[in-house]
Design a protein around this ligand. Structure first.
Ligand SMILES: Nc1ncnc2c1ncn2[C@@H]1O[C@H](COP(=O)(O)OP(=O)(O)OP(=O)(O)O)[C@@H](O)[C@H]1O
Ligand SMILES: [Mg+2]
Length: 456
């Protein structure tokens, strides 16, 4: 019943800092074998309707409206262009943002965020690689306008409520992509990525091939809130990334470490929530054009999906994972309910962020200073009726969240940039003067002059 819709409707974020899009995936073999009945119908570029549930004979067709709705024929590029692409401008303008995929197990979250499990190509890649490619492309364009963009990144998974560093290479026997890339640094090619254990590591001139240890012995990564309210994850590896190719290598390496298992619902089921975070700093050497130096944090999240043990056939560790996944998704639901419930007059709303690691890590994205985009993924099939309805209701609820987003302008960074530029100009002038003096036979006098240090 899902059918293509023409036109794209209003752009996401035109009326709110929270955008919710829905994607219907094609039916799979298991669903076809179960009768192949479709129960969702994409009725327009922004609307979707659910048919009656024949098993309960309920007769109330449910209509939903979202920022964008993608029928099952929609390709990866169109999904990106009409959804997450709208986040890129905001991020490069200095606003925090978060893009996350939500939905039941097997509904197409990982496919939409990363791409198919068979391997990524520029045609089939999902939102995360497309967005990273776009960001680096746009930063490259900015360089011509005397804007210097730096990108640092972390990649974690939340597995059974614990945070794991997906770039921690100790003891897992996987190839060392980062070390291999760094080892190439003696060649003329720019180094794609390096790792640093310091959370505030800046661009490095001499990359260290050896990986940094993420967390000291006995203590895993942990969540902390800065005095300004920003949520940080301490004790994870942080990569300084110089281009898309470097980040793509790191992503592929980290994704190999992500916990995945085969269930009856999905042969490649994610058993953890993954979060790629980009910390982007744009320093504008010339603030006179009205563009200030700015920074932004971007979370790109692929959630694990809700599941019923009777459908997945999970046992043992996979069953326990499923219970933990459902619990953290239910905590996310409670946070969204609390954020959209108007408290009794005078009461300060209580938002239960601390009920799960997921809601704690995403605290300042879901209900804080960030543009948030949720991509709700659904199956079209009758066998998943209650899960599809629950997902669409969850998405409708999320659309009601109101947040106040402010730009992260950095006057200190702007001042520092001006000083760095002045220092560079002075050093160039001095070098010219030294050259002239030396040719005039004044080399001994020049040698007595103090040197201008290369830093400010
Ligand atoms: N739009 C789509 N087009 C073609 N195949 C798709 C699409 N969406 C998902 N699939 C396929 O369906 C299967 C399940 O998708 P995926 O792994 O993305 O689900 P998921 O929502 O991430 O599930 P889980 O919560 O278990 O991780 C995969 O084999 C995937 O390639
Ligand atoms: Mg998945």
């Amino acid at each position: 019943m899902a059918s293509p819709a023409s036109g794209a409707g209003a752009a996401p974020f035109s009326d709110s800092s929270v955008a919710v899009c829905v994607r219907v995936r094609p039916m799979n073999d298991r669903e076809r074998a179960a009768g192949g009945v479709e129960v969702v119908s994409v009725t327009g570029p922004q609307t979707i309707a659910m048919a009656d549930d024949p098993s309960t004979k309920q007769e109330d067709t449910r209509d939903f409206a979202f920022d964008q709705v993608f029928p099952l024929v929609t390709g990866q590029k169109e999904v990106y262009d009409r959804s997450a692409e709208h986040v890129v401008d905001r991020v490069l303008d200095g606003f925090n943002a978060c893009v996350f995929a939500y939905g039941q197990t097997g509904s197409g979250k990982t496919y939409s965020m990363m791409g198919p499990e068979s391997g990524l190509t520029p045609d089939n890649e999902g939102i995360i690689p497309r967005m990273c490619r776009d960001i680096f492309g746009r930063l490259g364009d900015m360089a011509a306008k005397k804007c210097v963009g730096t990108v640092e990144a972390t990649y974690i998974e939340i597995y059974n409520e614990s945070i794991r560093d997906l770039w921690d290479r100790d003891n897992d026997g996987l190839p060392d992509t980062i070390g291999a890339v760094a080892a190439k640094s003696t060649s003329a090619k720019p180094v794609a990525a390096t790792l640093s254990s310091k959370p505030s590591a800046k661009s490095v001139d001499t990359p260290k091939p050896a990986p940094a240890k993420a967390a000291s012995a006995g203590t895993g990564p942990r969540v902390r809130q800065s005095p300004s309210g920003e949520i940080m994850v301490d004790g994870v590896s942080r990569a300084v990334v110089h281009n898309f190719e470097g980040l793509a290598k790191l992503l592929a390496e980290g994704t190999t470490r992500r916990t995945v298992a085969k269930t009856k619902m999905n042969a490649v089921s994610s058993r953890s929530h993954s979060i790629l975070t980009l910390y982007i700093t744009i320093s504008d050497e010339d603030d006179s054009d009205g563009n200030e130096s700015r920074r932004a944090k971007l979370h790109l999240v692929d959630l694990a999906g809700s599941e019923r043990a009777d459908s997945t056939g999970a046992t043992g560790a996979t069953l326990k994972e499923g219970a933990e996944i459902n619990q953290s998704l239910s905590a996310l639901g409670n946070v969204i309910n609390a954020l959209t419930t108007v408290p009794a007059s005078g009461a300060k709303p209580f938002i239960p962020y601390r009920d799960s690691t997921l809601t704690r890590v995403l605290q300042d994205s879901i209900g804080g200073n960030a543009f948030t985009m949720m991509l709700c993924c659904v199956s079209p099939a009758l066998v998943n009726y209650s899960e599809i309805l629950a997902s669409l209701r969850f998405a409708a609820r999320a659309k009601a969240i109101k947040t106040k987003v402010t730009r992260n302008v950095d006057p200190a960074l702007a001042k520092l940039n001006a000083m760095v530029a002045e220092n560079k100009a002075l050093r160039e002038l001095t070098a010219k003067l030294v050259g002239v003096c030396t040719t005039k036979g004044l080399a001994a006098e020049v040698a007595k002059l103090p040197e201008i240090p290369a830093t400010v």
